[in-house]
Design a protein around this ligand. Sequence first.
Ligand SMILES: NC(=O)c1ccc[n+]([C@@H]2O[C@H](COP(=O)([O-])OP(=O)(O)OC[C@H]3O[C@@H](n4cnc5c(N)ncnc54)[C@H](O)[C@@H]3O)[C@@H](O)[C@H]2O)c1
Length: 356
Amino acid sequence: MTAANNTVSIEKLNNFCIEAMLKAGMSQENAQITAKVLVATDTWGTFTHGTKQLKKLLKNFRDGRMDPKAVPEITKQGQSWALYDGKRAMPMVSSVKAMETAISKAKATGIAYTVVKNSGHYGAAGYYAHMAAEADMFGLSMTNVDPCMAVPGAKEAVLGTNPIAYAAPGGKEKPVMLDIATSVVAASKIFKAADLKQPIPNNWLIDKDGLPTTDPTGYPAVGAIMPMAAHKGYGIALMIEILTGVISGSAFAKDVPCWVLEQPEPVDQSHTFIAIDINAIMPIDQFKQRMETLTGMIKETPKAEGTNEIFLPGEIEYNHKQKVLQNNQITLPKDVMDSLKGLAEDYGLESQTLFS
Ligand SMILES: NC(=O)c1ccc[n+]([C@@H]2O[C@H](COP(=O)([O-])OP(=O)(O)OC[C@H]3O[C@@H](n4cnc5c(N)ncnc54)[C@H](O)[C@@H]3O)[C@@H](O)[C@H]2O)c1
């Protein structure tokens, strides 16, 4: 495969995704929202959670585990919070709406929290936190995930890799954004090591007895991923369960069905969004100036031997996006292309036109 045929314009990628979603029964508006989230994630270089996921998301519709026609709605709310019933609609749609609600409520109250129950796989947590930063707010986004992570002392999975992201407006219009799973590593890295027949570091996985292992080959049938930073990642993953599944009335921990396995029940993940209106506390220009001072202190810290640059959270993704926007094209890894080709087959679309 040559470099030329895995490069695609943002517009073509966006339109291709929309076409597939329309064929799957979604409305034009919801297909546009979802394509925007997934394509933006690819522009950041976070290819594991961008358009690659669309094939599996649409399979959730075909399997009856999610509903392409559903319209998420607020079922309970106060001045500074809202509970959404996602009604098993496309999770990107429920999540964008819930963060929009958090932002508009925070404009009135200074801070707002929204939670979505009855949802599915929402992709990269960072997209929704970033929406708040674009509105000059501090944003937080979290979701629970089906169990694949152990906690210290356990010999099997009990929590998900529950990601969390925050974003804040930064100096020179560059937001600071951290977007991470609370597991030590993504499952995809364990599969890759198994494929390459390479050992893994001994803090990634536990074996059938709950002991650290460097052998990736048995996973996921045997073993579980460890939390990042041991009890610290565990504690944060647990907070995410409380703020998503427990409080919303959705499934939590071991009861969250896996969205990619062949299972009959609805996916039932839940997500949380928080927006803080900075301007209510400090004039936004002053905040941005102070952010510039803060990030400058970090960037200009003397570097360790062999290090050329210190990065801020979100900076690598920002730089990737700038390059993509400059060239108006994006180079997709092979696994993303394979997934898009599979999606084209599922819905009778011409995948060649994507790369022509
Ligand atoms: N929806 C789900 O089920 C689910 C589950 C797990 C993860 N995810 C997503 O997977 C993606 C990847 O997660 P991950 O845990 O593998 O992330 P990761 O370990 O690759 O870390 C990415 C984050 O770390 C920052 N970063 C990386 N190197 C840095 C450096 N040198 N200095 C400063 N900051 C740096 C990046 O800017 C980014 O914010 C995220 O988008 C996450 O939301 C989703």
